[in-house]
Write a protein that binds this ligand. Structure first.
Ligand SMILES: Cc1ncc(COP(=O)(O)O)c(C=O)c1O
Length: 365
């Protein structure tokens, strides 16, 4: 956090707009739209809330299916279950770690052959890199299935010149504490469809109908963002470019320092876009490197340096064991051999050096 965030937060405080609405909420939405080049935005209490509402807007209900990437954080799949629907998991491509468009095409064809298409496809822009939207959009358009872009990790990234957050019929952002910019907790739903975003705001404020008394013709949610947090978000938006530069510098540093080490490769950056490098992730070949991913993680931890395994695929999670999947071997390999390195925007050079030194000196190599 910097001085601008502090000033805006105090401005919100002094104005006495201490509520899940107010001038900073409106301004945060407007400024995000201008930055990304999208028509409308609703600031919400979390990215998960944004995912939930995006599915409700598309009419997802019990008995429906929604396709998503198996390699993601559980929030993506959880939101599908909140609607009583079932997620269907598609494997990653080895090149981007994102949903594999070829496998998605196979799954959609088999859904069409069975006569039951999913209500939506949710590609996830994993670790700050956009999925490959040109083929994904073409395939989904063929079957008239809408795309919800889960850009929770990817604010500041781009795909063929278009900003992450503008690549589906709707898109979801997260401002959780660990994200590239944060409001401590928060999220946003984005779309060019004004009616959808108006309905999002309505559902997010307990679905109060237009009446002088409390009138509700549908079930609503308490999902709006606080004016205080929106003020912080506005300040953070102004430093987004700095944050992306810092994360990309971390990535460059690790690549230069480790890419010649036998048995270490990096999450590739696809030529179709620019990643925000939210997290720098490596893959370990234990035979070539001489130690396993877990041995590296434990060695780092012994020196109080936190690294985390790559997301465990959803099709391996007990909570989703009864859900359909297509493919899965690639994401299982990424989980078994992948490690997310310390990637904070405020890492200093000696901290990064320490990470590299510890990886090089894993015992037993
Ligand atoms: C891919 C992905 N989707 C959704 C979410 C949910 O966002 P939030 O934590 O704001 O609910 C997150 C992160 O937390 C995420 O990484």
């Amino acid at each position: 956090m910097g001085t601008v965030e502090r000033e805006l937060l105090l401005d919100a405080f002094d104005s006495n707009w201490i509520a899940p609405l107010g001038p900073h909420v409106d301004a945060f939405e407007r400024e995000m739209c201008e930055l990304l080049g999208i028509g409308h935005a609703a600031a919400l209490s979390s990215g998960t809330a944004a995912l939930h509402l995006s599915l409700l807007i598309l009419g997802v209900e019990p008995g429906d299916e929604v396709i998503t990437s198996t390699l993601t954080f559980s929030a993506t799949a959880n939101a599908v279950t909140y609607c009583g629907a079932r997620p269907v998991f598609v494997d990653s491509s080895q090149e981007t770690w994102n949903i594999d468009p070829g496998i998605l095409a196979e799954e959609l064809k088999s859904c069409a052959d069975r006569g039951k298409l999913p209500k939506a496809v949710i590609p996830v822009d994993l670790y700050g890199q956009c999925a490959d939207y040109a083929p994904i959009t073409e395939i989904c358009a063929r079957y008239e299935v809408p795309i919800i872009e889960d850009a929770a990790e990817a604010l500041g990234a781009s795909y063929r010149g278009h900003a992450a957050g503008t690549l589906g019929s709707m898109a979801v952002l997260s401002f959780n504490g660990n994200k590239i910019i944060t409001t401590s907790g928060g999220g946003m739903l984005l779309s060019d469809n004004e009616e959808w975003i108006k309905r999002t705001r309505y559902l997010a404020t307990q679905a109060r109908d237009f009446a002088p008394h409390y009138q509700h013709s549908t079930i609503g949610y308490n999902y709006r963002m606080s004016n205080l947090l929106a003020a912080v978000g506005r300040g953070q938006l102004r430093v987004l470019d700095d944050r992306v530069s810092a994360r990309r510098a971390n990535n460059r540093f690790y690549r230069e320092a480790l890419s010649k080490v036998q048995g270490i490769t990096f999450l590739p950056e696809a030529s179709y876009g620019r990643s925000n490098c939210w997290l720098t992730c490596i893959l370990i070949d234990p035979k070539e490197f001489g130690a396993s991913t877990e041995e590296i993680r434990i060695h780092l931890e012994s020196q109080n340096v936190e690294a985390r395994p790559v997301w465990k695929p959803m099709h391996m999670q007990p909570a989703f064991s009864d859900c359909r999947k297509r493919g899965g071997d690639v994401s299982v390999g990424l989980f078994e051999h992948g490690l997310c390195l310390p990637s904070g925007s405020n890492l200093n050079p000696s901290e990064r050096e320490l990470v590299v030194e510890l990886i090089r000196s894993v015992p037993g190599r």
